[in-house]
Design a protein around this ligand. Structure first.
Ligand code: TMP
Length: 214
């Protein structure tokens, strides 16, 4: 029998949305279903990608350079990690993917969506996440959470307008791809968020096993 391709899940959200709190837990939920899971992230996910991550999070650079570096790391990540894992039947849980480029570079930095769409076509016209959870919080909550965190990177140091544009671009993605993206109200208590996620994980696993998508 041929191996069934794994499912590709991405987690997204503005900085301070609390996404990192839930990733390990989501992976554990999937493993409880007996699935082999690869947990990875962007920028990063490969040795080269982690070096690029260092650069984009710390070095000032032209916006197009920044966007190209995001896609350079992504290309390597897709070809050497994501696609092979999915083909081998593993599920891939990725902390951020191309929706983040639409939100941060396209929205936050006001590059617009067209150049990103062209890069997306070039780099991964044959791959999209099967499910994306968008962790959503308003500015005040994100700021409060970030205030408690360690050193802030180049994106986390940006002002309120940048945050609002980024969040709005994520909401645009939600409207554009309502089947793939699901919003998670990350202002709710952790346990409530997890209850909702657990339900969605179960549904995802069941429909996957039944071969009806997503
Ligand atoms: P992280 O803190 O969630 O690991 O993400 C690092 C930062 O990188 C975060 O502030 C968002 C930013 N980012 C982009 O600006 N564009 C992208 O395409 C990706 C994947 C991340």
């Amino acid at each position: 029998m041929p191996i069934q391709r794994g499912c590709f899940i991405t987690l997204e959200g503005v900085d301070g949305a609390g996404k990192s709190t839930h990733i390990k837990w989501v992976v554990e939920q999937l493993q409880r279903h007996g699935l082999s899971v690869v947990s990875t992230r962007e920028p990063g996910g490969t040795a080269l990608g982690e070096q690029l991550r260092q650069l984009v999070l710390t070095q000032p650079m032209n916006l197009r350079t920044e966007t190209l570096l995001m896609f350079a790391g992504r290309c390597e990540h897709i070809e050497t990690v994501i696609k092979p894992a999915l083909a081998a039947g593993s599920w891939v849980v990725c902390d951020r993917f191309t929706d983040a480029t639409y939100a941060y570079q396209g929205g936050g930095r006001e590059l617009g969506f067209e150049p990103i769409s062209r890069l997306e076509q070039w780099v991964h016209s044959d791959l999209q996440p099967d499910r994306t959870w968008l962790f959503d919080v308003p500015l005040a909550v994100a700021r409060e959470r970030l205030a408690r965190s360690r050193d802030l990177d180049r994106f986390e140091q940006e002002g309120d307008d940048f945050f609002e544009r980024t969040r709005r671009a994520y909401h645009d993605r939600l409207l554009k791809f309502p089947d793939r993206l699901r919003i998670v109200d990350s202002t709710l208590p952790i346990e409530t968020v997890r209850l909702g996620l657990a339900h969605q994980v179960d549904e995802l696993v069941q429909s996957h096993h039944a071969g009806v998508g997503p």
